[in-house]
Each structure stands twice: as structure tokens, then as C-alpha cells.
Design a protein around this ligand. Structure first.
Ligand code: AFP
Length: 350
């Protein structure tokens, strides 16, 4: 509708003009006249996978979907029934979009190579249900994804080729996002033009734009880390966390908030500021979190929101992956907080 014909809806009917995720993505697509709409269709399939996963999470107790499925994932963690269901949901929906040639899932050791007749130009890495060890206690969990343009998806024949094509630095991502299954369901997304948050309206079954252009505060007041691992941390991490708890006279200490579910901890950090950490330690020299489908997509969102993501010594988005399930130390959040953390690593190396 042209601007001059646009009439304000009568009071009480404002919701008739909701910006749904589909409408938002189509609008963004129009800014790129050369676009063939492939990314739009791919995001529509991701959106559907998130809605189906959300629906399973919401009825898990009643439908007896809590508990273990009987297998293990690439981390050796016991697979929950919901891990298996969400993984299948993501694979089936994304493959049916015909816009990807390779999928990497935290639940599968090898990359999934899409049948030739169903292939498209993108690759996607996802953790279909992150934080799943929290499922049975009804703690917030989520799905994380990052989308890359592949150099030549059509030609892929072997696992090695699939890995080579999708193992790109996070900075190359064309889109990244997460869905969060909490007291409400959110989908937070960026295609390199800022970060936008949507909330699922259960009555419409649609994600509606509720948090346009999210900007993380330059500095926060909250740190988020599993402090139980402190005895195994490297010295710069111990010193940094200590500095937050015992600041100089006249400054307040930071508050600690830790859910143990990356999507929930990162979402809060994005909105309120501060720093989320999963450091390397003596037992896990590369930390716990995975680069392709946890660290990099979240780093992409943080940077797009004006924040920063680091391993302590390197920007997470610059890491060239050498394996699809490799881990990375993670420090992400408000720009100044992450710079402070890096300064402890710098001093230790001098
Ligand atoms: P699960 O999927 O096994 O629950 O792991 C969740 C997670 O990968 C990430 O979401 C959390 O930030 C992190 O692990 C929590 O790890 P700790 O339990 O070691 O603190």
C-alpha cells in the first residue's frame, strides 16, 4: 500500500499491521534486486523447524517426550528424545527448501550431503536443541543456526568436500540466528544488517517483530560463567573474573547470572549487556562450545548488535575451522567488557 493511502488502523486494531518474520525477510530481500529469493525460502524452512520444535517442547511433558532417547551425540552426551525429534525436524524442513547442499548438525558426526536434485547454493550449521540437558526441569532451551554461501555445492560428492566447503570463518555467514523456547518463544536473526528479534504469537502461529534493531549496551553489569570450573581456568580468566567481583573502591561488583543454556545466557547478555563466558580450561583446552553452530553464529549476532566476541586472544569470527565439530573458548557481550577481558590475556602474554 502506498504511503499516501496508508491509514492508521482504528484503536485496538494496531495488531492488524504486525510485521511478521516472513514479511520482514521479504522486505529485506527487496533491497537486493539481484536476489533470487533463495535465502528467504531457506529462512522460511528454518522458521518452520523452530515452530515445530517449539510445539514439541511445549507439549513434551504431556506427550511423554522428556527423557533419554538411548543414543549419544558427537560430544558423547546422552541424546534426549527431544534432541532426536528436533534434529529430524531441522533436517527434513531445511532439505525440503531445496536451498542447501550441506547441513552440519551437532547431533550428527558427519555432514549431511543433500541429494543432488534437492540441492541449493547454501550450507547450514545448526544445533537443533541447545541446552538439552536442562529439558526435564523446564529450563529455557533453544536452537542455533548459521548459514554460509558454498563455493560450489552442486559439485560435492564426498564428506571431505562437504566439510571443506562449509568450514568457513564465521565472518562469511550470510545469516545467523537462534530460537529461544522460554516463557515466550523468540527468534533472533541477522543477515548482516543489524539484529532483529521476533516473538511467536501463539494465536497467529507467526513470529512478529518485537525487538527491531537490537543494540547491546557498550558496557554491562552482569557476568555469566560456570564458576564451578574456576580451579581449572587459565590465570587471565581467574584474574578477570576476580576483577569483576572485587572492583576498585567506589565501583560496584558485577552481578552473576548463569543458566547453563547458551541461548538463554546469550539472549539476556544481548538485551542487558555484560559478558557471557565459556573459557578454555586445563581439562578442555578449547573450551566446551562448538565453533560452527554455537560460537560463530552467536558471535555474528553480537558483532551485528555492536558487541564483540573473542576467544580471549582472537575474534571468534576470524577463526578458520579445521573440523566441523571443533570447539572454541567463548567470551562475548558488551564491547568494553570483552575488551577488558582481552586485556588480561594481553598482559599475561607480555
Ligand atoms: P547441553 O546441550 O548438554 O545442555 O549443553 C549446553 C551447552 O552446550 C550450552 O548451551 C551451555 O552454555 C553450556 O553447554 C553449559 O555447560 P556447563 O553445564 O558446563 O556449564
Amino acid at each position: 500500500m502506498s504511503q499516501q493511502h496508508k491509514v492508521a488502523p482504528p484503536t485496538g486494531l494496531e495488531e492488524t499491521d504486525s510485521v511478521t518474520l516472513t514479511r520482514f525477510v521479504l522486505h529485506e530481500q527487496r533491497k537486493h534486486p539481484e536476489s533470487q529469493g533463495d535465502l528467504t525460502l531457506l529462512l522460511t524452512s528454518v522458521q518452520l523447524a523452530c515452530k515445530v520444535t517449539d510445539s514439541c517442547v511445549r507439549k513434551a511433558g504431556i506427550a511423554k517426550l522428556y527423557g533419554l532417547a538411548g543414543g549419544g551425540n558427537v560430544s558423547g552426551d546422552l541424546q534426549q528424545k527431544l534432541d532426536v525429534i528436533s534434529n529430524e525436524t531441522f533436517k527434513v524442513n531445511i532439505e525440503s527448501s531445496q536451498k542447501v547442499a550441506v547441513m552440519v548438525s551437532e547431533e550428527e558426526e558427519l555432514p549431511i550431503i543433500v541429494e543432488k536434485h534437492n540441492r541449493g547454493k547454501y550450507g547450514i550449521a545448526f544445533d537443533p536443541l541447545d541446552g538439552s540437558s536442562n529439558i526435564d526441569s523446564n529450563v529455557t532451551i533453544g536452537s542455533i543456526f548459521g548459514i554460509f554461501r558454498l563455493p560450489d555445492g552442486e559439485s560435492i560428492q564426498t564428506t571431505d568436500e562437504a566439510c571443506r566447503q562449509i568450514m568457513q570463518p564465521g565472518r562469511n555467514m550470510v545469516a545467523a540466528g537462534y530460537a529461544m523456547y522460554g516463557s515466550a518463544t523468540n527468534l533472533v536473526l541477522s543477515f548482516g544488517n543489524g539484529v532483529h528479534g521476533f516473538t511467536l504469537d501463539p494465536s497467529l502461529g507467526e513470529f512478529v517483530l518485537t525487538h527491531p534493531n537490537i543494540r547491546i549496551p557498550r558496557r554491562g553489569k552482569i557476568y555469566s560463567v560456570n564458576e564451578g570450573n574456576c580451579k581449572n581456568w587459565d590465570k587471565p580468566v581467574v584474574q578477570y573474573i576476580q576483577s569483576l567481583k572485587f572492583p576498585p573502591e567506589g565501583k560496584s561488583p558485577y552481578s552473576l547470572r548463569y543458566i547453563g543454556s547458551m541461548v538463554a545466557d546469550v539472549h539476556r547478555t544481548l538485551l542487558y549487556g555484560g559478558i557471557f563466558c565459556y573459557p578454555a580450561d586445563k581439562k578442555n583446552p578449547n573450551g566446551k562450545l562448538r565453533l560452527l553452530y554455537e560460537g560463530a553464529p552467536m558471535a555474528f549476532l553480537m558483532e551485528q548488535a555492536g558487541g564483540k566476541a573473542s576467544t580471549g586472544t582472537e575474534n571468534i569470527l576470524d577463526i578458520q575451522p579445521h573440523s566441523i565439530h571443533q570447539r572454541t573458548p567463548v567470551f562475548m557481550g558488551s564491547y568494553e567488557d570483552v575488551c577488558d577481558l582481552e586485556s588480561f590475556f594481553k598482559s599475561a602474554s607480555q
